[in-house]
Design a protein around this ligand. Structure first.
Ligand code: PPS
Length: 460
């Protein structure tokens, strides 16, 4: 603290004598810094003392001292003050300068000098204010970065994301959306889990929405009425997303339905104690990458590159919630815990009723063949695409539905990657998934009966 004080004093000594704007700049800058420091939790962590009682008066003292020294020593301001101290009241009144102490004496100040003084003063205040604002903005940003780094968050400037270069950041081995990082790092770990919660977890674009609707209906004994009365986001909120937010989710009545894209290691700590039912949905990474590319564009992020370039970013762990491999591996390691069910998007395609029956059993809600057949109809791709409680059309105006021409429910097929990937790129993805084969996890990335380019046959 002594060193810091010496540094600031030295800085003030160097700046305030010759440059009229600098002392004002430094003073305002100091006040801004103090405001930032006071508001942050950094004060407890670093200074281990209450800022309001020690650091604040010290800063104010230093800066006000520097300002008064500057005022005393800088000639145009000195003249200005002398003028105010010595001009006669009638003269001040005449110039519209208001109240003046009766102790004032007569002086002779040339009128052109006075206007010069006023202009100089205005210039000083304006430059001071602009400088202080700029410095405060730079300082605030730098301080934010410093604070994040102290918490283990590393900002990534990735030009691929166009104007939103700081779209992603790295935290505890994962690439995460910068917009959600504060919630993920500060609040999610302490979120209170309940034993009777039902969770759907998965890497983005793995078919979570499809799974959410299936799980919701099975768990509510096929309550199609409530499913039709609110959006999937309201019934089955996304944990780390600001809408509706952790507070609202905490206040929901049981049983709660919660979706998250976080890997197991970043989910609430409570999950080790409480044992809610968790369904992890996984999809082959090639289709996941293609779908995530389309979704990133749908959200309005301008990308500097093609789908293939995006897929390369996927392999380099530069897409949100990556690395995909680690995400899936962490979940696979949990599959023998009694409360975790591992389901693939391709299984839902291949054998819907068999897979849905398995989910029903896992949830303790065995379902009849007729119920599963009705469910299959309700959650078919076309039906979900046209269902305004499931197709995210409530984001129209926020997302770029018109610009991309593709909605949230884009193709819903297995094997779309073949329309976009070169054989070399596909090989790189195969090399990645081969690492999971030794763990007994294999992926289907092509279904003969699912021709992605075949037009959908709509049955009445
Ligand atoms: S999100 O935003 O991460 O929660 O998205 P998510 O729901 O996980 O994945 C979206 C992809 O799943 C497809 N989808 C379906 N496929 C088949 N049948 C049904 N009923 C269905 N519902 C959603 C959706 O179309 C997205 O995949 P792509 O390949 O982009 O079409």
């Amino acid at each position: 603290m002594v060193a810091f004080r010496c540094c600031v004093n030295q800085m003030l000594r160097l700046t305030h004598v010759n440059n009229p704007g600098s002392a004002v700049n430094v003073s305002l800058f100091g006040v801004c810094w103090h405001r930032i420091l006071c508001r942050s939790t950094f004060k407890q962590a670093v200074f281990k003392m209450p800022l309001n009682h020690t650091f604040a008066p010290m800063l104010c003292n230093m800066f006000s001292r520097s300002l008064s020294t500057f005022v005393r020593e800088t000639s145009p301001i000195k003249k200005h003050f002398t003028f105010f101290r010595t001009a006669c009241p009638s003269e001040l009144k005449q110039r519209g300068l208001g109240y003046c102490s009766p102790r004032v004496r007569h002086v002779t100040t040339a009128p052109h000098d006075r206007s010069r003084i006023r202009n100089l003063l205005i210039a000083t205040y304006v430059s001071g204010a602009i400088g202080a604002t700029l410095l405060a903005a730079i300082g605030y940003r730098a301080f934010g970065r410093f604070k994040k780094r102290a918490r283990g968050i590393e900002e990534i400037d990735e030009p691929f994301y166009g104007r939103r270069k700081q779209y992603i950041c790295r935290y505890r081995g994962y690439t995460l959306p910068s917009s959600l990082i504060d919630t993920i790092a500060n609040d999610v770990p302490w979120f209170e889990v309940r034993d009777d919660d039902i969770w759907v977890v998965g890497f983005p674009k793995s078919g979570a929405t499809w799974m959410q609707e299936i799980v919701y209906l099975i768990a509510t004994d096929f309550d199609y009425e409530s499913a039709g009365s609110a959006t999937i986001e309201d019934r089955f909120p996304y944990l780390e997303y600001p809408i509706p937010g952790l507070k609202a989710i905490s206040a929901m009545s049981s049983p709660r339905f919660i979706k998250s894209h976080l890997p197991f290691s970043l989910l609430p700590k409570d999950l080790t104690e409480k044992k809610p039912k968790i369904i992890y949905i996984v999809r082959n990474p090639k289709d996941t990458a293609v779908s995530l590319h389309a979704f990133t564009r749908l959200q309005g992020t301008k990308l500097n590159g093609t789908v293939e370039n995006f897929a390369e970013m996927f392999l380099k762990d530069l897409v949100i919630y990556g690395p995909w491999l680690k995400h899936v591996q962490e979940a696979w390691e949990q599959k023998n815990e009694g409360n975790v069910l591992f389901v693939s998007y391709e299984d839902l395609h291949r054998d819907f009723r068999g897979t849905a029956g398995q989910i029903a059993k896992f949830l303790g809600k065995p379902a009849s063949e007729a119920q599963l057949a009705e469910l299959e109809q309700h959650v078919s791709f076309r039906s979900m695409q046209n269902n305004d409680k499931l197709n995210y059309s409530w984001y129209k105006g926020f997302w770029d539905f018109e610009g991309t021409q593709e909605g949230f429910m884009r193709k819903g097929k297995v094997g779309d990657w073949k329309n976009h990937f070169s054989p070399e790129l596909a090989n790189q993805f195969d090399a990645m998934t081969a690492k999971l084969e030794s763990l007994g996890l294999t992926f289907v990335d092509d279904l003969p009966e699912s021709d992605v380019n075949k037009p959908e046959i709509v049955t009445a």
